[in-house]
Design a binder for this molecule. Structure first.
Ligand code: ATP
Ligand code: MG
Ligand code: MG
Ligand code: MG
Length: 563
């Protein structure tokens, strides 16, 4: 028997006015309808109604993750700093990380995402190729000291994420795990009733789609994306391509080995290469023993090349073309910023001719790009420019003028490859008895954010308006009158509950029918059943919250209809 929740015993205080600090629809409505309560900036308490919606979303996520073979685990949120130091993210995360010390002075952090810890878990638990592939997931509280916590639970500093991680021995295996997640995410968002688009988050110039974001169109969203009105093309507007190609399209052959003095500078490099520093060193590629260790664009005379220097003695320095980057998706990872793909996204810019790509000039802070060692001292925002696709630009797949829309990032899937496996030397014994390095994917859904995204997409001028699967109840029964109506409402509620419906029944004494109707619409349960005028005859009114359509039915008819 499903639950019957009496409003008279439910902790819910609805508000007539929007909270003063609320700018977005979801923030206003979730607070006014008594779903959440602000505890501090970006830190939220889930009240009973909100917790129900949250749990409904979490249940759908769990079911679909289990269906692809995911195993649920729960890792701690309080983490030692060492694993994050090993990966470099303790530094890279900067101010985003909540850092703390224990009583002995040891450093800890509150987990912003858990690649490091999952890698260690699998290193500990899996030793043979027979133990893989494995998909692990958790639904857990994450901490990020966001610069602008806003829009209620949309961007929290404490928030709930479903994060999963796949571990495979082969690239094909990783592609398969990625595809499984992609499918699961599609089913999850469809079941939740979210309108969403999948956009590539990796530059097409690098070949292949290794990372995609799931965006829910909504005015409150912080992502802008382009959407083709004629076909299914959708992409981030902040298009960044980053393979290095000479602007004039010419390819330069390998330059002889560079035997550098202590610390090379842009000038010594340029002199050695016999090119003017500003013009041609844009296309610098550093190889050590044939391995690309750095790519760079000089221009900023303050650039500290000290770190790069280690790799330049002796190093081969080449000027390169975009083709040199073909198939080098591993370099992409080096470009991923401290917060994943937070500020810069990679997609194929429709205006980039096939086979060409470039690093554009200055970055957001108007500094020029720095030389970097991929995955070590890389600062994406100091490096790459953002190419903005404009409204009306031709769709790359069908030529129709593109539209610009705002969206909320609700999910993000990512082929990580071996970055973390390398850091933690995660190997398993392969079929041939030799150790094989594991390749990983990581996949996130903002579970608490999905509550906000759904509220944004489904609310109307009367209030929240949940899709059935996530609503805090299936039916909201309203006793619109005195004892007779209350008696009938409770009776119908019991019967509906016994037949399996989740019921909220407004049996509050001393609250006018008008207030009850307003609250019911604000709370947003999909079906509202009113015991009113014709209660004596056993006739109730059924109202569809979304369409507003009303119908008078006998109690029996209503129960058949609603269960
Ligand atoms: P954003 O671009 O909005 O900052 P992100 O790219 O930093 O998000 P990821 O690291 O990709 O986020 O995390 C996976 C998912 O977690 C995101 O797709 C989003 O749904 C959710 N998420 C990330 N940050 C927050 C936050 N501060 N509050 C609520 N949900 C979040
Ligand atoms: Mg993002
Ligand atoms: Mg972020
Ligand atoms: Mg992301």
């Amino acid at each position: 028997m499903a639950q019957v929740q009496r409003m008279s015993r439910l902790m819910v205080k609805t508000l007539r006015d929007d909270p003063a600090d609320a700018e977005t629809l979801n923030h206003k409505l979730l607070v006014r309808a008594g779903y959440v309560r602000r505890t501090a900036a970006g830190i939220w308490t889930w009240l009973p109604l909100g917790k129900k919606v949250y749990e409904n979303i979490a249940r759908v996520v769990r079911e679909e993750m289990d269906a692809i073979g995911g195993q649920e685990v729960l890792l701690p949120a309080l983490l030692p700093k060492e694993p994050y130091e090993a990966s470099g993210r303790y530094e890279e995360y900067g101010d985003l990380l909540f850092r703390l010390k224990d009583r002995k002075g040891a450093d800890y952090l509150l987990g912003p995402t858990h690649e490091e810890i999952f890698t260690q878990v699998v290193k500990d638990q899996c030793s043979s190729y027979k133990d893989l592939p494995v998909i692990l997931y958790q639904i857990q509280t994450k901490y990020r000291d966001e610069a602008r916590p806003r829009a209620g639970v949309l961007r929290g500093r404490e928030f709930q994420m479903k994060d999963s991680y796949s571990f495979d021995t082969t690239d094909e295996g990783l592609a398969e795990s990625y595809a499984l997640h992609r499918g699961a995410y599609q089913r999850i968002f469809e079941r939740l009733g979210l309108d969403y688009r999948i956009v590539s988050a990796v530059a097409g110039a690098m070949g292949g789609s290794k990372s995609e974001e799931f965006l829910a169109p909504a005015p409150a969203g912080e992502d802008t994306f382009v959407d083709c009105p004629a076909c299914d093309y959708a992409a981030n507007t902040e298009a960044v391509t980053f393979a290095l190609a000479p602007v004039d399209g010419s390819a330069h052959g390998p330059v002889e080995e560079l035997d550098t003095p202590d610390t090379p500078t842009i000038e010594t490099l340029a002199e050695h290469l016999g090119v003017p520093a500003s013009a041609t060193l844009k296309n610098l590629l550093v190889k050590v023993d044939g391995e690309i260790v750095a790519v760079g664009v000089p221009g900023d005379r303050e650039v500290d090349l000290g770190k790069l220097g280690e790799h330049l003695a002796p190093a081969e320095v080449e000027l390169v073309t975009a083709e040199d980057f073909e198939g080098r998706e591993d370099l992409v990872r080096g470009y991923v910023g401290p917060q994943g793909l937070e500020k810069v996204r990679y997609i194929a810019d429709p205006r980039v001719a096939p086979g060409t790509a470039w690093i554009t000039g200055a970055n957001k802070q108007d500094k020029h790009a720095k030389n970097v060692v991929c995955g070590r001292d890389f600062e994406v925002d100091d490096y790459l420019d953002v190419v903005v696709v404009e409204e009306g630009d031709p769709c790359p797949s069908c030529g129709t003028g593109l539209k610009l829309d705002r969206a909320i990032e609700i999910g993000h899937i990512f082929q990580l490859g071996r970055k973390y496996a390398d850091t933690f030397q995660l190997d398993v014994l392969g079929q041939q008895g030799k150790p094989v390095r594991v390749t990983m994917g990581s996949y996130g859904i903002g579970v608490s954010r999905a509550v906000a995204a759904l509220a944004e997409q489904t609310a109307d001028d009367k209030g929240l308006c949940w899709p059935k699967e996530v609503a805090p109840a299936d039916v909201h029964v309203v006793a619109a009158g005195k004892a007779l109506q209350t008696e009938l409402a409770l009776d119908v509620a019991e019967k509906l509950g016994a037949a399996g419906a989740r019921v909220l029944v407004d049996d509050r004494a001393g609250v006018s029918p008008g207030v009850k109707f307003t609250d019911a619409e604000l709370i947003g349960v999909p079906q509202i059943l009113v015991a009113g005028r014709r209660s004596a005859e056993g006739v109730v009114e059924l109202k569809d919250r979304r369409t507003g359509e009303r119908e008078e039915l006998t109690v029996e008819e209503a129960i058949t209809r609603l269960t």
